[in-house]
Design a protein around this ligand. Structure first.
Ligand code: BEZ
Ligand code: FE
Length: 291
């Protein structure tokens, strides 16, 4: 057997080793993964040193993860895989608001927030008043829909990035009312750097890439009977809209965050000037019932 015969035999042997997998989809995924990975190794003639560097990189990525830091999601996002999976899935909910990345900063400990309540501690940033409706693809209101929202504070930092985090900040869990309406007070989001002090940051720097994301507020809306929506609303005019480190901006998700300077209006809202407003509706597709 010469080397090329050995290499070809190896791919077939590994693929065949999954022949007894109980689940067909698992077998198909494993087969394609091995075929593509082996083809990659052959095409670039990967050296043992390069493969060991890759293993060290993945090991470091795993070690960087904990309850509040998800380096693998960062890796998936910065390599465009998250958005590729999203693009393939989004055809399944046609007519609905477009989706985008979840990112690594969603947490399960957000507080329930009453209509009009605040998700941000005083002094976290410029006041932002967000309001809108959640409707189905026929324009009918979706009542009592749970909505998770989360965002950075005015310095571009998520609460989980503070070592002395005492609890959730700039995040909350809301519900729509009978008309499908929701409203809350947050802070004006700003553009920010994704965490760059780990292996993914080292990768970006080795590739000559920056780590900035355009300002946005995240929304996760998951009422029963509808295709769940994970999305974000970006700030019109942000300098990073065309150069997002995680390739996640879709034009339909860019909105006007309006600036207000009137002292009277601010007094009515119980805030300082300047303050900002965002009006934004969301559309969800019903889960189709199999015939
Ligand atoms: C975020 O928007 O929170 C985010 C998304 C992807 C990578 C890092 C952060
Ligand atoms: Fe974000």
């Amino acid at each position: 057997m010469d080397d090329s015969v050995t290499a070809a035999w190896l791919t077939k042997a590994v693929v065949d080793s999954a022949g007894a997998a109980r689940d067909g989809r698992t077998r198909a995924l494993f087969t394609k993964l091995i075929e593509h990975l082996h083809a990659f190794v052959r095409e670039v003639e990967l050296t043992p040193q390069e493969w060991m560097s890759a293993i060290e990189f993945l090991t470091a990525t795993g070690k960087k993860c904990d309850d509040f830091r998800q380096e693998f999601i960062l890796l998936s996002d910065t390599t465009g895989i998250s958005m590729l999976v999203d693009a393939l899935a989004s055809g399944r909910a046609s007519g609905s608001t477009e989706s985008t990345v979840l990112g690594p900063f969603f947490t399960l400990d957000a507080h329930d927030v009453a209509a009009g309540g605040t998700i941000a501690k005083e002094g976290s940033g410029y006041p932002l008043f967000v309001s809108g409706h959640v409707r189905d693809t026929l324009g009918r209101p979706i009542a009592n829909a749970p909505i998770d929202v989360w965002e950075t504070d005015g310095t571009g930092t998520y609460d989980v990035q503070y070592a002395d985090r005492l609890g959730p900040d700039c995040r909350g869990r809301l519900r729509t009312d009978a008309q499908g309406a929701f409203r809350f007070r947050g802070v004006l989001p700003v553009s920010y750097s994704i965490p760059s002090d780990g292996p993914v940051g080292a990768m970006l720097s080795a590739l000559g890439r920056h780590s900035m994301r355009p300002a946005h507020v995240h929304f996760k809306i998951e009422p029963d009977g509808y295709v769940p929506l994970t999305t974000a609303i970006y700030v019109k005019g942000d300098p990073y809209l065309e150069a997002d480190a995680v390739f996640s901006v879709k034009p339909s998700l860019v909105s006007d965050y309006r600036r207000h300077e009137g002292a009277g209006e601010a007094a009515e809202r119980g805030c300082s000037v300047p303050f900002y407003t965002l009006e934004r509706d969301f559309v969800l597709a019903p889960v189709s019932v199999p015939a």
